[in-house]
Each structure stands twice: as C-alpha cells, then as structure tokens.
Design a protein around this ligand. Structure first.
Ligand code: 3EB
Length: 332
C-alpha cells in the first residue's frame, strides 16, 4: 500500500521527537514515558504524555506527521492540530473515582470538535487508562465504567456499531489519555473479524455496556494511498478469552487474528483490498501484562513480523484481566 500525504506514525527517542524530515509537519506527539502530562500546544502541535514506562530512559515518542502545514488549537480540555484534511486530537481525563460521566463528557466534546472543525470521519482511537482492572468507587471495574460512559455518548449521537479501530490499554497512572485521528474526506471502512464477535455484541458478562470498536479500519485517502489500522488485538475467539494462562498461545492467536482481519479474503468481504499479511504491519505496539513475559512475546512477534518492523514492547495491563498480551499495528 502506498501513502502520499496522509498522517504516518514513527517511534523516536523522546529528545528527537520534534525533529522531522523535510516536507513533513508534526501533527501530534504522544510521549510514552514515566509520567502523565496533560496535552499542550506550546510547540505548535499537541503533545501529550502517557505514564506507561518505569523510567524516562525506557520512554519513546510516537510522532504523527503529515505532508502539509498544520494549525493547532484548544477546545476545553482537547488539544488538536489539523492540516485541512486530517485532524489529530488528544485529551486527558484526570484520575477519578467515577469515570462514567467524565468519559461521556470527553467523548461528547471530541465528537463535537470533529463536527465543528469539519473532520467527521474518526478513523483510529487510542485510550490509556490507569487502574484499568481495579474496582472503582461504584464497585464496577474502571474499564467497565469507561465502556458505560463511551456507550452513553454513542447512544446519544445515534452511533450503533460503526466505530473505528481502537486500543484500550492500562496506564501506570494519570487517569485516561485519549487521542484520535479524523479525516475530512476519504473512504473509511470499518472491518470485523468473523472469528471474533463484534465488540458491541459482547454479552453483558463483560460489563453493563458493551465495548464499541472495529477490529480494523481501512482508510482510502482522497489524494491516493490506503492505510489499514489494526485495533488492539488479543487472544479472543468468539467473545471468549483463549489460553488464559499461556501468554505464548495468546500471542500466537492474536497474531492469527490480525492476519485474518487484514487478509485478502476478509478485506474483500468488506469491499476493499488488496489484502495484506503480517509482513506488511508497521508501527506495532505490543502490550504485555507481566514484565517477565516480554522476552518470550518478543521472540514470537519478531518471528511473525517483518525484520524491518518498527515495534515497541510495553508492560501494561489489558482490559480483560485474563488477557496477558495484546498488539496493534498499521499497514501503510
Ligand atoms: C477485545 O478484543 C480486547 O474497548 O475499545 C481491544 C481494543 C479491546 C479496544 C475497546 C478493547 C477495546 O475485546 C480489548
């Protein structure tokens, strides 16, 4: 797949985050580091920090760049930048003993911003949530509270199933960081995996309100070029967690799930193509619940993916407490 001027991500050292190739412009910077920071636009683009590593030395920046100059702005708690065709937006919800209303409010603000600025196609969303598997004051798990808040906003806006690819992963502190990409034009197709129940049809045993995201989003940009955004993908078949005590088996299943989602057959069912393979995956983030499992997971991922893949490994909780590993990536 080729990309002309669409936003692309690269992983860099925290200190080199702002240095970009000639002709590229920073649309947004996400710092994966040892402290949370609320978004700012001090450098002419949003910068936000997720607390997800144990030290700043282990940290890195995910730098989103675009082919055109950007304009940055703020709206309430949201920081954003846009280039006429693409919008990057980030926000942080502070640590809270009840995430339902604050999630609903943040999601509503975000949806409203995309409408006000004229970027109605949200095509990829990331969320990092501290204490994700802990019970909050209500007795409900934090992830489940988040799902209730998200569902309320979507219901209010009449959005049933057509959400894009997403990630929800545990942070080590700092509340909820949310960031997303949206587009003014282009053709977005949200893609399911027939091997996995669509999240919005998960039974209520996983929470009072179902999650809502696609397994992948295919995006054909109006100026040419296509990208496939693969959601955080775990060892789930149907709606069941498989191999609950076996991180290696979960990792292989997650990779199989991705291969299936982006393969020729599944993409053609959704009317898009050509299909791709695990070899095409880039900007891969691998989340591993137990630090001690990272080496084993890394071996499996290095074998399955391209030798030239840009890939990072993070020790983080996954949204179901029996999931030990999850991974995401982009075909650009
Ligand atoms: C899963 O397949 C694993 O709630 O938006 C992955 C990606 C997961 C996104 C979300 C949840 C979400 O259910 C968990």
């Amino acid at each position: 797949m080729t990309t002309t001027y669409a936003p692309t991500a690269s992983f860099r050292g925290l200190k080199e985050a702002g240095r970009v190739a000639p002709g590229r412009h920073v649309l947004g910077i996400v710092r994966y580091t040892d402290e949370p920071t609320s978004p700012t636009t001090d450098e002419g683009h949003p910068t936000i920090g997720i607390q997800i590593t144990k030290s700043v030395e282990e940290g890195f920046a995910e730098v989103w760049t675009t082919g055109r100059p950007v304009e940055a702005g703020r709206a309430g708690a949201l920081c954003y930048a846009h280039d006429g065709d693409f919008l990057f937006c980030a926000t942080r919800i502070p640590e809270s003993d009840d995430y339902v209303d604050v999630t609903e409010a943040a999601y509503s603000e975000a949806l409203e911003l995309t409408r006000t600025l004229g970027y109605p196609h949200i095509y990829r969303i990331w969320h990092y949530i501290s204490r994700i598997n802990e019970e909050n004051a209500s007795g409900l798990e934090v992830y489940r509270e988040f799902c209730v808040g998200r569902a309320r906003t979507l219901e209010r806006h009449g959005i049933a199933g057509d959400m894009p690819a997403a990630t929800v992963i545990g942070a080590h502190g700092g509340g909820i960081v949310l960031y997303f990409l949206a587009s003014r034009s282009g053709t977005q197709v949200n893609i399911d995996n027939p091997r996995q129940v669509p999240p919005y049809h998960y039974p209520s045993r996983y929470g009072p309100k179902a999650p809502n995201f696609a397994r992948a989003t295919h995006f054909a940009h109006q100026g040419g070029g296509e990208q496939v955004f693969v959601s955080g993908t775990a060892g789930i078949l149907g709606h069941h967690t498989m191999h609950p005590d076996d991180v290696e088996a979960q990792c292989r299943l997650a990779l199989d799930n991705i291969a299936h989602v982006i393969g020729t057959r599944n993409l053609s069912v959704h009317g898009v193509g050509p299909g791709c393979t695990l070899d095409d995956l880039r900007a891969v983030k691998v989340y591993v619940r137990h630090q001690a499992d990272i080496a084993r997971v890394e071996r499996i991922c290095r074998e399955a993916l391209s030798p030239s893949v840009d890939m990072v490994f993070l020790n983080a909780d996954i949204c179901r407490s029996d999931l030990l590993v999850e991974l995401e990536g982009i075909v650009t």
